[in-house]
Design a protein around this ligand. Structure first.
Ligand code: PBG
Length: 334
């Protein structure tokens, strides 16, 4: 690569003014790259705060349309829905997951009617519905694979029939993408897309999310027998290859910032639509430092999201989505 000799090559020339910096920018962040995760909760007339995720709330169905309205106005393309299930609806097998009138399905029907242009992403896993807080069914102390995948397939069909556009299995059972694709096709749901949480690590960064769902009080043990070991990245490529083979339309790497190297490898190797999840712990970490006045709010949020784009992400699931969209809109207007 020719870089020239000082002083004919001066990299700072291309940083001279804002217009030039914009012209030579290699990557960009746009509202189209944002996916907003939303927690839904039973009951009426309440939005409850989540202590470890300041600014994020659990929303009841009667308030949901109002809550989502600003995202629709800003043109955020997709929402990722996560249900908070009360303890009395949880059981050992996560039966509520396959109830066609569960909170997730009701929310999907409601949002699809109010905002048909927004893509709805449905989380498929059993942890919001089980008493033990694991993503699958437990037999003899072990999360069993194929029996869990069969339930997940039924959960996916119900969600798709209720209006979920993109099924997002976050459970990490082997072969579940194939199971789910087959079940969707059998039910004539051939256009329902699958966004696989293909590379999901057994991470400490999910702590605040488990607070949000209330599953931290339930979870027994850890998820290391199904979620990936943070030590591995070649294995991530095998996971992605498998999910594409089984019919995933898009894949995800999760968590985000601590795994940008993995994101880059997946993007470079496969070139399929690849998403990153800036998870709850990353949100908590940034929010806390911002709150302390140790980091500048707007710049930090946008820089953290742009880093995912640079590392190859098509888009980012982020609890900052609404705020980032507002900031990006302002930038355009200014
Ligand atoms: C569970 C699920 C988790 C997240 C999304 N789906 C947590 C877990 O695996 O325990 C984490 C998201 C976040 O931390 O923001 N199926």
């Amino acid at each position: 690569m020719f870089v020239g000799h000082f002083p004919s090559y001066r990299p700072r020339r291309n940083r001279y003014d804002n217009a030039t910096r914009r012209l030579v920018a290699e990557n960009s962040l746009h509202i189209d790259n944002l996916i907003w995760p939303i927690f839904i909760i039973e009951g009426t007339q309440t939005e409850t705060d989540i202590a470890s995720m300041p600014g994020v709330q659990r929303v009841t169905l009667d308030r949901l349309a109002h809550y989502v309205e600003p995202a629709a106005c800003l043109g955020i393309p997709a929402l990722a829905l996560f249900p908070v299930t009360p303890p009395h609806k949880r059981d050992e097998h996560g039966t509520e997951a396959t109830n066609p009138d569960n909170l997730m399905c009701c929310a999907a029907r409601l949002l699809k009617k109010e905002f048909p242009e927004i893509a709805l992403i449905g989380d498929v896993a059993l942890d919001p519905y089980t008493l033990h807080g694991h993503d699958g069914i437990i037999e003899n102390g072990y999360v069993v694979n194929d029996a869990s995948a069969a339930v997940l397939a039924q959960q996916a069909v119900n969600q798709a029939q209720a209006g979920i556009d993109i099924i997002a299995p976050s459970d990490m059972m082997d072969g579940r993408i194939g199971f789910i694709r087959k079940a969707l096709d059998t039910h004539g749901l051939i256009n329902t897309r699958i966004l696989s949480y293909a590379v999901k690590y057994a991470s400490a960064f999910y702590g605040p999310f488990r607070d949000a769902l209330g599953s931290h009080t339930f979870l027994k043990g850890d998820k290391k027998t199904y979620q990936m070991d943070p030590a591995n990245s070649r294995e991530a490529l095998r996971e992605v290859a498998m999910d594409i083979e089984e019919g995933a339309d898009m894949v995800m790497v999760k968590p985000g910032m601590p795994y940008l190297d993995v994101l880059w490898r997946v993007h470079e190797t496969f070139g399929v639509p690849t998403f990153a999840y800036q998870v709850s712990g990353e949100y908590a970490m940034l929010s806390a430092a911002i709150h302390k006045g140790w980091l500048a709010r707007e710049q930090t949020i946008l820089e953290s999201l742009l880093s995912f784009r640079r590392a190859g992400a098509q888009g980012v699931l982020t609890y900052f989505a609404l705020e980032a969209a507002r900031l990006l809109r302002q930038e355009l207007g200014s």
